[in-house]
Design a protein around this ligand. Structure first.
Ligand SMILES: [Fe+2]
Ligand SMILES: [Fe+2]
Length: 160
């Protein structure tokens, strides 16, 4: 499995999570409840950033250079998102917590779009298929999912 496809899949699931929170948060007034929702989101988003940093971004250092503006910019955005979650944790009332959390979601949306429009297409261009597949296998191991060879999917019988 290609690492870029797996990371896109993670974005897709997080978009559903973002949509839910953007719809739900404006109606919530309980700080404890908002904190729980935000803490869950932070765990998911930060785990995604870590997997990206460790696998895809690390592999891009060789073809792009460690100080490539594209890589440095994306890593800075991961740090901005982390700072946003830290601010959220420090919010002392429901309004501040809600605003901080919606702010991080906005930041994450912007960042994901940047990856989808720019860094991911670059990765597909500068890394060969074998490397993208090897990174995908490392992703599967990290995420504890079984890897099903494409052959198995296409040869499986699906009912009538
Ligand atoms: Fe990212
Ligand atoms: Fe991402």
């Amino acid at each position: 499995v290609n690492i870029v496809d797996t990371l896109l899949g993670e974005h897709a699931v997080m978009y559903a999570h973002f949509d839910f929170l953007e719809q739900t948060l404006p109606g919530l007034g309980d700080l404890a409840e908002i904190r729980v929702l935000g803490t869950v989101l932070a765990a998911v988003v930060q785990s995604h950033s870590t997997v990206e940093d460790d696998l895809l971004f690390a592999a891009l250092e060789e073809p792009l250079g460690a100080v490539s503006p594209a890589l440095v910019g994306m890593r800075m955005m991961h740090e901005d998102i982390d700072r946003g979650f830290a601010e959220f944790e420090q919010a002392e009332d429901a309004t501040a917590a809600r605003e901080a959390l919606l702010g991080v979601i906005g930041l994450a949306r912007q960042h994901f779009l940047g990856e989808e429009e720019s860094l991911f297409p670059t990765a597909r261009r500068v890394l060969d298929g074998e490397t993208l597949g090897r990174l995908g296998a490392a992703w599967a191991a990290r995420r504890s999912v079984l890897r099903n060879p494409i052959d198995d999917w296409t040869s499986a019988t699906h009912g009538a």
